[in-house]
Design a protein around this ligand. Structure first.
Ligand SMILES: C[S@@+](CC[C@H](N)C(=O)[O-])C[C@H]1O[C@@H](n2cnc3c(N)ncnc32)[C@H](O)[C@@H]1O
Length: 361
C-alpha cells in the first residue's frame, strides 16, 4: 500500500531532511566515518597493486591465476592492517547479543544507527509520513546486512572484516554506516512517489494482507473501503497478475527477517507456499501444487466468468499444467521473460514464463 498511498510530500521531505541531519550529527560524534575513510584509502592502494583492472580479471579468466587461492592469500595479507585500524579507532564489530536477526546480521555501529533513525521515526506525527519513512529505513537496512556482495540474496555467514570479493574481483569491506544507503533510498523513494502521483488515476486500489488460499477479499475490503467491496461484489474482478513464490527457492520471511525484527511484525512462516526450507523434493512439489491450486480456486469466486490470469513462474518441474487443471483452468498462452537484474549479479540471467490462464469451460 505504501507505493500507492497519497502523501503530503512536503511533510515527507521535511522529516527526511530532519532525520538525515540528525543522523549526520550522530555520525560526527563517532570515529566510524574517519575509520572507514582511512580503510577505503588503504583498500584503494592495495587493490590497485594486487587486482589491477582489467589485467587481473583476464588472468583469472585465462586461468593464469587461481582465484580462490590468490584471493585467500590477499585476504590474509590485508587482515593485520584492518585489525590495527579497528583497534586504533576502537571500532566494535560484533554485537554482544546475536540471538535476533538484527543482533547477528549487523555490525555494532550499523545497529546503533538503525536504532537512532528508528527512534527519530517514532517522533513523526503524520501517520502516512511515518509509514513511508519506516519503509525507507527498511529498504536501507536490507542493504546494510553484514554479508559479502556475492551472498546478498542468500545470507551465508555474517562478515565483519575485509574480504576477497569474487563479484568485484578485488578486496571489499562490509558497511560501517547506513548513511549512504539511507540517502540513496530517501531520494529514490521521493522520486518514485512523485512519479506515481503524476500517473495516479481516479481508481480504488489496495493491498490486503493474508493467506491467498483462504483470504476473504470482500470481507477484507469492507474493513477499509466498503465502496470498493461493493464494486468488487457487483462487478467482480476481471483478472489477476501475480508472481507467486516458486518451489524451494526462497524463505521470504527469512529474507525480510530484519523488518520483522525491527518493526515487531508477527511472522507467519508456516503459511508460506513453497519455502526453501521444504526443499524441492517430491513432497515439497506436491504441497506446492496443492498450495497454488488452492489459491486459484479461492480467487475464482471473485472473478468474472471470462477472467484472465497471468502467472510469472520459472516452471522447471512442469507443475503449472497440473495446477491449472486442479483449478479448472487452462493455459492459453506462454510468454518468455528474461530476468536480467538479479540481486546477485554474478549468478546469471535466466528466463521465466508468464502463463496466461483462462477458465477451462
Ligand atoms: C515471487 S514473490 C512476489 C513478490 C511481489 N511481486 C511483490 O512485489 O511483493 C512471491 C510472494 O508470495 C508470498 N507468499 C508465499 N506464500 C503465500 C501465501 N500463502 N499467501 C500469500 N502470499 C504468499 C511470498 O511471501 C512472496 O512475497
Amino acid at each position: 500500500n505504501c507505493k500507492v498511498t497519497k502523501y503530503e510530500i512536503n511533510d515527507v521531505q521535511y522529516e527526511i531532511k530532519r532525520i538525515t541531519q540528525k543522523l549526520k550529527k550522530f555520525l560526527e560524534n563517532s570515529h566510524t566515518v574517519e575509520f572507514e575513510e582511512k580503510l577505503l584509502k588503504e583498500l584503494y592502494v592495495f587493490n590497485n597493486k594486487n587486482f589491477p583492472v582489467p589485467e587481473y580479471k583476464y588472468k583469472v579468466k585465462r586461468k593464469e591465476i587461481d582465484e580462490n587461492k590468490y584471493g585467500l592469500e590477499k585476504e590474509k595479507e590485508f587482515l593485520p592492517f584492518f585489525n590495527k585500524l579497528v583497534r586504533d579507532y576502537n571500532i566494535k564489530l560484533r554485537q554482544d547479543n546475536e540471538d535476533s536477526f538484527l543482533g547477528k546480521w549487523y555490525t555494532q555501529h550499523i545497529r546503533d544507527e538503525i536504532q537512532f533513525v528508528f527512534d527519530e521515526i517514532k517522533k513523526i506525527k503524520n501517520t502516512e509520513t511515518k509509514k513511508i519513512v519506516s519503509v525507507i529505513l527498511s529498504r536501507t537496512i536490507r542493504s546494510c546486512r553484514a554479508t559479502t556482495h556475492a551472498d546478498l540474496a542468500t545470507l551465508v555467514e555474517p562478515i565483519t572484516t575485509t574480504y576477497y570479493c569474487s563479484k568485484h574481483g578485488k578486496m571489499c569491506k562490509p558497511l560501517f554506516s547506513i548513511l549512504k544507503w539511507w540517502e540513496t533510498y530517501t531520494k529514490d523513494t521521493v522520486k518514485r512517489l512523485l512519479q506515481f502521483d503524476n500517473l495516479r488515476k481516479d481508481v480504488f486500489h489496495t493491498c490486503l494482507k493474508g493467506d491467498s488460499r483462504t483470504i476473504d477479499i470482500i470481507n477484507g475490503l469492507n474493513k477499509t473501503n466498503p465502496n470498493f467491496a461493493k464494486l468488487v461484489k457487483e462487478q467482480k474482478i476481471k483478472g489477476i497478475f501475480s508472481s507467486p513464490p516458486y518451489v524451494g527457492l526462497i524463505d521470504y520471511h527469512e529474507q525480510h527477517a530484519y523488518a520483522y525484527d525491527l518493526f515487531g511484525l508477527e511472522r507467519n512462516d508456516e503459511l508460506e507456499i513453497g519455502p526453501l526450507f521444504k526443499g524441492q523434493g517430491r513432497e515439497a512439489k506436491e504441497s506446492y501444487i496443492q498450495g497454488i491450486s488452492d489459491v486459484l480456486i479461492n480467487t475464482k469466486k471473485y472473478l468474472v466468468n471470462d477472467y484472465d490470469v497471468f502467472l510469472v513462474a520459472n516452471d522447471k518441474y512442469k507443475m503449472y499444467p497440473t495446477i491449472a487443471e486442479n483449478a479448472g483452468m487452462k493455459i492459453v498462452n506462454q510468454f518468455k521473460r528474461p530476468v536480467l537484474n538479479r540481486t546477485e549479479k554474478d549468478k546469471g540471467a535466466y528466463s521465466e514464463i508468464i502463463f496466461h490462464l483462462r477458465d477451462s469451460k
